[in-house]
Write a protein that binds this ligand. Sequence first.
Ligand code: GLY
Ligand code: MN
Ligand code: MN
Length: 527
Amino acid sequence: MTDATPVDESVPAEPSATPEEVSERVNNRSQRPVSEAFKAFITSRWAPRPDLGVEASTASEYTPARRAGLSARFPGARLVVPAGSLKVRSNDTDYRFRPHSAFAHLTGLGTDEEPDAVLVLHPTASGEGDPDGDGHGTDHHAVLYVRPLAARDTEEFYADSRYGEFWVGARPSLDDVTTLTGIEARHVDELRDALAKDVGEDGVRLLVVTGADESVETLVEAIRTEAGVEQVEDEEATDEQLVEAASELRLVKDEQEIAQLREAVARTIEGFEQVVGSLSRAVAHRRGERVIETTFDAHARLEGNAVGYETIAAAGEHATTLHWTTNDGVVRHGEMVLVDAGVEVDSLYTADITRTLPVDGEFTEVQRRVYTAVLDAADAAFAVARPGTKFRDIHAAAMEVIAARLEEWGLLPDGVTAEVSLSAEGQQHRRWMVHGTSHHLGLDVHDCAQARRELYLDGVLEPGMVFTIEPGLYFKADDLAVPEEYRGMGVRIEDDVLVTADGNENLSAALPRRPEDIEAWMARLRG
Ligand code: GLY
Ligand code: MN
Ligand code: MN
């Protein structure tokens, strides 16, 4: 990583008159030239910027309907949806930027677009019809406030290590943003006045998606305070309700979202194929789990934006730690390895798939027994996943199989049948699967998490919903409630499921999940 300012040893930095405060010493090492000669030279003699050939994104055909959905819930309110800002990883280095999912959904922007941008849905006088001219007659007009590319005669151009073109590359111009998204783009410096316009007791109500950008939330608070309006909880529309609505808007995916999820799944399946190819290297390495992790993650970066969440590469007993992401363990012959991983494509939709693989390519008898129980539980969940089923009943279907199998194996406590265990007062079987069977999937791996319970857990499945089915069984090495042969193994099988008009489609069906299919697939891949 390069020092945060251009180095020119020949031009001494201006000496400080007083010692710097500790908090200001972040650029202590900097030797930025300050001479007028340097400034005049570095800001001159650049060729005209090339036309980047930006075109309208495919998503831009779909985002007007998404914004209209939000608009309809909040007539007359100004809706503020920040992309978020850069987050410090340590000292003066940031994490790679990833916009907030509500912003990505409503603008169609993805990858690292665009730090500090803010989408605002401005209320328009009722009856204005179709202010955006996009065929969606809503009472809001969308404007994207962005930090556009700075001109080459600015200090930002060459000296700003966070935003400058010399440091992080050229950002799109306002025109480029509009072409790409179909949304009017304005300079972020106009945001304050735009948000404050007509806000007041009897004026416009200002609502912000919280949790994305603290500085925008602080700005909204300041505008409310100046206007003498405070956000109170029993108001008919609150920030929380906006967050909830933005989440619920994603419960049913449109065509473009489903296409992106298919793409994410396809890239993820390729990643799993590469993982199988890496297993002999993994066994040979002292941190074999890292071989698996880095194999998958490299594929995710090459073919997508990134991983959608930290890859879980859990060999042997580590598989009983549900979110094992340290991935520093050895991969041993004879054991299984649980790999839970997803490629997030450039639009930021992610897959979320788990396979539990025998390291040597063949399951032992006891591994197969546990694996088959989990597979049967998954199949039972698939069998009920169709329009009209309650979301929570997918889990119930899987748990019936898990409890029955545990009873058959004599693992439930004395006197506890599967039926007793399945009752609300029982639930003993959950010792070996403490997580849920399903979650919605989309831009967030745990998508739609802020949706109301009646639309999520108690919600009814509709065509276009996408979620996981991911039962598991986890027997810890020190679990005295199970016979020794089960100890130290964890199995999870996770697929991504689309609800169709009359049932469901397993989007990840191309990745083998039956034991015999896994064995044949591994044998083929390993030659
Ligand atoms: N990888 C997280 C999950 O399966 O929900
Ligand atoms: Mn999952
Ligand atoms: Mn997962």
